[in-house]
Design a protein around this ligand. Structure first.
Ligand SMILES: Cc1cc2nc3c(=O)[nH]c(=O)nc-3n(C[C@H](O)[C@H](O)[C@H](O)COP(=O)(O)O)c2cc1C
Length: 372
């Protein structure tokens, strides 16, 4: 495929109030390089500055809404006003290059460890345990047993999302993405394998989605729903997500999101499990966006396993409005330009994904340097 056939990727679009001049989106990728107080570091500012492009969208890595929400030491947070300044520096750097920027906010829920939560047990919808690890000062450790959330806990978590979003907007972000994917707290409410509640937050899909809808309502009250995106992983699996009727659950969730006027719905394809291709499914066709496109009427960002051709193809089919790239953006600061020119990509370095310094983070060459 030559560059002139990537017409749709390099045409303008709008995601709610966020207008873009191309559709190559930087997907949220946790890199664990924040400062000890969880505020963004200088190297993070530089990382996002390098990846910003005129009219392009950067979604920055998951940022914790509270101390108890943390699941990874080194991930940035938005639970304290003192953290705003670091985010402002990132937003300013991206805006200076003419780019747009959205902050993803997360509560890691069950997937945490008492070393990260200030000594308190992590929280989740029900007693069902999760078999996964959290990143602590002693490295990757099995998660701690969690507590079942009371309705007061749910109210508090909703408030924490609102307050984190308020800080993101104060930092100058163009929008906020609510992380309801990959088995973290909000996703663990959606799936009936992890949500066994018998109150208003469990049972029917409408009940399981209630906390997500309350979070959306709370954050939308700040600057409007057209600056709010929601990320879903409708194929489950990562962090032990299971559901007795995945298609039914996520079709209904998409129906519930429809009238809210969101900026976008961000969907992870089932060929991806968390942070990597699912073994044996690397070449599977994308299906998640196509399935939910039939229901969700607003803009859709597709993510998971895309390179240039597949990205153009999904846009041409009309199944998505923009495409997010995770791993390839990590090693290609000028990814949009490389895709546009059909230029070779720098390989990414998985060993440097979680924690470390500038090496394999801000030292990847752009095209001119690579070809000089
Ligand atoms: C290092 C790394 C960190 C990630 N961190 C996040 C994150 O903070 N939030 C999120 O929603 N997804 C996260 N993901 C998932 C990516 O956003 C994306 O869905 C996944 O990498 C598949 O896309 P890709 O094939 O373009 O890499 C992460 C993935 C990787 C590789």
């Amino acid at each position: 495929m030559n560059s002139s056939s990537r017409r749709k990727l390099f045409s303008p679009t709008r995601l709610g109030a966020i207008s873009l001049s191309h559709r190559v989106v930087h997907g949220p990728t946790t890199r664990l390089r924040a400062k000890p107080d969880d505020s963004p570091s200088d190297m993070m500012v530089e990382y996002y500055r390098q990846r910003a492009s005129k009219g392009g969208l950067i979604i920055i890595e998951a940022s914790n809404v509270s101390m108890r929400a943390r699941g990874y030491l080194g991930a940035p947070s938005l639970y304290d006003d003192s953290q705003i300044d670091g985010f402002r520096r990132i937003a300013d750097a991206v805006h200076a290059k003419g780019g747009k920027i959205v902050a993803q906010i997360v509560h890691c829920g069950r997937t945490s460890h008492v070393d990260l939560t200030g000594g308190r047990a992590p929280i989740g919808p029900s007693e069902v345990p999760v078999n996964t690890v959290a990143f602590t000062k002693d490295g990757w450790q099995p998660v701690s047993p969690h507590e079942v959330m009371s309705v007061e806990d749910i109210t508090q978590v909703v408030r924490e999302h609102r307050d984190a979003a308020r800080r993101a907007f104060e930092a100058g972000m163009d929008g906020v993405e609510i992380h309801s994917a990959n088995g973290y707290l909000l996703d663990s409410f959606l799936h009936d394998g992890s949500n066994k509640r018998t109150d208003a937050y469990g049972g029917s899909v409408d009940n399981r989605a209630r906390i997500l809808l309350e979070v959306i309502e709370a954050v939308s009250a700040l600057r409007g729903a057209d600056r709010i995106g929601v990320r879903l992983s409708p194929s489950g699996e990562w962090n032990d997500m299971v559901d007795s009727d995945l298609e039914g659950t996520f079709s209904r969730v998409a129906e519930l999101l429809n009238p809210l006027g969101l900026a976008y719905l961000h969907l992870i394809e089932p060929r991806i499990k968390g942070d990597d291709a699912k073994a044996g499914f690397e070449n599977a066709e994308p299906v998640a966006a196509a399935q939910l496109r039939k229901i969700f009427k607003g803009p859709i960002i597709a993510a998971g396993g895309f390179v240039g051709e597949g990205a153009e193809a999904i846009l041409q089919r009309g199944d998505a409005d923009a495409v997010a790239f995770g791993r390839w953006f990590s090693s290609n600061p000028d990814l949009p330009e490389r895709i546009r020119r059909n230029a070779p990509l720098n390989p990414y370095v998985r060993d440097a994904f979680w924690g470390g310094d500038e090496r394999h983070y801000t030292d990847f060459p752009v095209l001119e340097e690579a070809t000089a």
